[in-house]
Write a protein that binds this ligand. Sequence first.
Ligand SMILES: Cc1cc2nc3c(=O)[nH]c(=O)nc-3n(C[C@H](O)[C@H](O)[C@H](O)COP(=O)(O)OP(=O)(O)OC[C@H]3O[C@@H](n4cnc5c(N)ncnc54)[C@H](O)[C@@H]3O)c2cc1C
Length: 382
Amino acid sequence: MSNFDLSPEQQSLIELARDFGEKEMRPHVEHFDQTGEYPWPIIKKAHELGLMNTHIAPEYGGLGLSVLDGCLIAEELSSYCSGMYTALEANGLAQAPLIVAGNDEQKKQFLAPMTLEPMMAAYGVTEPHAGSDVQGIKTTAKKVGDDYVINGSKMWITNASVASWYFVLAYTNKELGFKGMTGFIVPASTPGIEVGKKEKNLGQRCSDTRGLVFTDVKIPSKYRLGAEGDGFKIAMKAFDHTRPPVAAGAVGVAKAAMNHAMKYATERKTFGVPIAKHQAVSFMIAEMAMNIEAARLLVWKSAHEIDQGRRNTKFAAMAKAFAADMCNKVCTDAVQVFGGYGYSTEYPVEKLYRDSKIFQIYEGTSQIQRLIISKEIFERNA
Ligand SMILES: Cc1cc2nc3c(=O)[nH]c(=O)nc-3n(C[C@H](O)[C@H](O)[C@H](O)COP(=O)(O)OP(=O)(O)OC[C@H]3O[C@@H](n4cnc5c(N)ncnc54)[C@H](O)[C@@H]3O)c2cc1C
């Protein structure tokens, strides 16, 4: 990417995702938001069309698309329903540790089948008492013969009840701090796993968020990712791949909110003119346009860096924080443009407003992104 022009293939990807959003997602958005049902029919169709698992390498049956390609798809799908998009993206998050650190046998066993049929996976790091502070997790994995026995609880795990397998971070040696953490792939069918109730969330209601309890869950050591002690590094490196598309998802939600606000501002009249003619309103929308564009550029930059094989941690954190904060502001202002109607569930910006909040929380809060950026700047001179 030496300029901002997308290739014809990338343009086609955007059109494919937009067409899918228009035909397969838009008619069902309200239903899934109201019922909180898991959007299986949408996921199955997305899988058929090749809009899922785009980053799995061709040798495992995937398309091997770039992170930037994934971001282009993410922005489109999320602009239709970020709840449905999160269900898809959580698959990408679970797969990322395998892509980063899995061996050939592990990739064949866990990634390849996902390209053949719609299967979900989940990323299990957060615990009831530890989210931002990953070192505070309590889950342990004890080596017993050629197996590991996992005990502990996870919390807020997206796709928990529909996943075929989980990426699980656990301590194999607590005394070593983050260097004593190890990552595992745990098939969901393993005895000893209890899946919690679905959380009733503010937004993105069709996304499946639950707790998991592991009681003497025995898995063979061949399901360990990398070496003992590599887990923290693997879990964090995964975010370098997934924060750009999550940020793109926030751009998609903001874009949808702005489009609704623009349309309404040209239709709604006060004092004899469309409200878009009031500078206070048109400037609100100009701010939206400016910040959406800026966020998109950061998303593309963060994706481009990792696609070139360069460390993108700083840019990924910048894109995630900026896009998430921007999305919240844009959705708040979109409700404002709608006045009283913006507050009603009858109008679309209310859902976007609810959906926007999670972008500042999952995959690292906006505060934690700033912590990462400052560490990258001060300690790594990035
Ligand atoms: C809908 C949803 C889906 C999720 N999906 C997943 C998933 O699939 N897998 C998974 O593992 N996790 C998932 N999470 C968990 C999510 O990543 C955590 O909620 C998030 O990292 C914050 O952790 P916490 O909730 O424990 O908050 P805490 O870490 O307790 O933070 C509370 C507040 O303190 C701030 N804070 C904490 N430490 C600092 C600091 N050092 N400096 C400044 N501010 C700080 C935070 O920014 C936040 O505002 C999900 C969460 C939700 C709500």
